[in-house]
Design a protein around this ligand. Sequence first.
Ligand SMILES: [Zn+2]
Length: 223
Amino acid sequence: MASKSVAKEASEIFLASEMIKLGARLQVLQAETSLSYDRLARLYREVKGCSPPKGMLPFSVDWFMTWLPNIHSSVFHSIYQFMDTRSPAKKSQALVEAYRLYLEQASTGRADEPFGEPVLSFTRAWMLVRFFDSSMLQLSYCERCKGGFVAHAHDPQKGFICAICRPPPRAGKTRAHAAACKKAVASASPLIDIEVVAQLVAGKSRRPAKVTAVHAMAVPSLA
Ligand SMILES: [Zn+2]
C-alpha cells in the first residue's frame, strides 16, 4: 500500500478543522476528506470540546424553497459560484470561504443577536452545493430584480418572481422575530429601520410600499 503523503494529510486535517469550526457534521467531513472516521471524530472533539452529533443529514430539497431559507441559500450560492469560478479557492475550499462570507453578510444588521444561529447551516450549505451538482436544483431568474434564486430543477423560468420581490404575507412575523424587533426598538439600534420595525411591532405593515422597506422586513438578517 502506498504511504499517505504527510503534507496532504496535514492540509486535510486543517480543512476538516475549519469545517468543524463552521459547524460541519461528521458525514460532511467524511465526504470531503480521506481521513478515517475515528480521526475525524477525535478532531471534532478536540475542536468543539464535545462529541459529534449523531443522526441523518437534512436531505430535504423542499427546505430550500421556503421563503427565508430560499433567500439565504440564494445569497450563499451566488457567493459560492463566484469563489469556485473566479478565485483560486476551489470546491471544498471555496465552500469554506463562501460560507464565511455568507455568515458575515447574514449577521449584518443583527445588532441584537450578531452571533445567533444562521438560517443556512454549514451542512445545509454543503447539501445545497451537492443538490446543484446532481442537477436537483437550478437557478431561476426573477423577472423584477433579475436576481438568480434557488429553485427546483426544471421549474418553469417564465414569470418567476423571487421571495424578496413578493414576500409571503406572513413573512418575518415569527414570535422570535417580533421579540427581536421589540428589543431593537427598545435599544433604538441605528442598524435597523426604526419606522419599519415600529410598523411591524404594531402589526400594521402587511406589504410595505417601498422596495427598501421590503428588504428590511423580508430579510431581517441581511438588511
Ligand atoms: Zn426579485
